[in-house]
Design a protein around this ligand. Structure first.
Ligand code: HEC
Length: 190
């Protein structure tokens, strides 16, 4: 074999790693997008609550989260969103059929005692429009979220009024810490 063709074969081998390997790589890359996103949101939420109370933190979930997700999506050539089975904003947060199935599975895993902190699911999904790599990472409800997603007695009148004005169909209340609030969903065309 000529040396040049050997290197061509070698290059082809590395360009098309086994599917399992590339899934593991894409899972790592998804994690590398999801983790800083969640961390930054928690920090921004804490900062806003301590500076101006829960009312002023509305902007974190309303403006900062979608804009950060949009920016990360553009930068990485994927679609990253936050989805839930009980949404506050149906325009942005409604889960598609695949996402609903995974969220239900996350809830079942929590019910069996699994901790939601590192809960993930990945799958290569074939659709008429083409195949995609899909990643979900559970978002657990924390104590810092109950001011806006907790039970009725935990949500102040001011916050309730603001939420009622902006989200007349709000379903994202009544959660207790440790429950699955939703998930980060990443979809990447293959
Ligand atoms: C100060 C109020 C407030 C706090 C605190 C808050 N959220 Fe939200 N959350 C909102 C609002 C408002 C929306 C709707 C955002 C929009 O318009 O897209 C929302 C939406 C969401 C969504 C998107 C799905 C949906 O229901 O529309 C997720 C997921 C979410 N919040 C998780 C959390 C988590 C986790 C925490 C705690 C770390 C938290 N939120 C704390 C107000 C809040």
């Amino acid at each position: 074999m000529k040396k040049s063709s050997f290197f061509l074969i070698l290059a082809a081998f590395f360009a098309a790693p086994a599917l399992a390997d590339s899934i593991a790589i894409m899972q790592d890359e998804s994690r590398a997008m999801a983790m800083p996103f969640m961390k930054k949101l928690a920090e921004e939420n804490k900062k806003a609550v301590s500076e101006g109370g829960p009312e002023s933190a509305i902007t974190v979930c309303k403006d900062i989260a979608p804009s950060m997700a949009g920016e990360a999506s553009r930068k990485n050539g994927v679609r990253m969103t936050r989805v839930s089975l009980k949404v506050r904003n149906p325009m942005l947060g409604t889960a598609d059929a695949w996402e609903q199935k995974v969220l239900q599975d996350f809830e079942a895993r929590v019910a069996k005692g699994e901790k939601p902190d590192n809960m993930e699911f990945v799958e290569v999904v074939k659709e008429p429009a083409g195949s995609s790599f899909r990643y979900m990472k559970a978002i657990a409800l924390q104590q810092a979220c109950v001011a806006c997603h907790g039970t009725a007695d935990q949500i102040s009148t001011n916050v309730r009024t603001r939420l009622n004005e902006e989200y007349p169909n709000d379903k994202a209340i009544g959660y207790t810490p440790g429950q699955i609030r939703g998930a980060i969903s990443i979809k990447r065309a293959l």
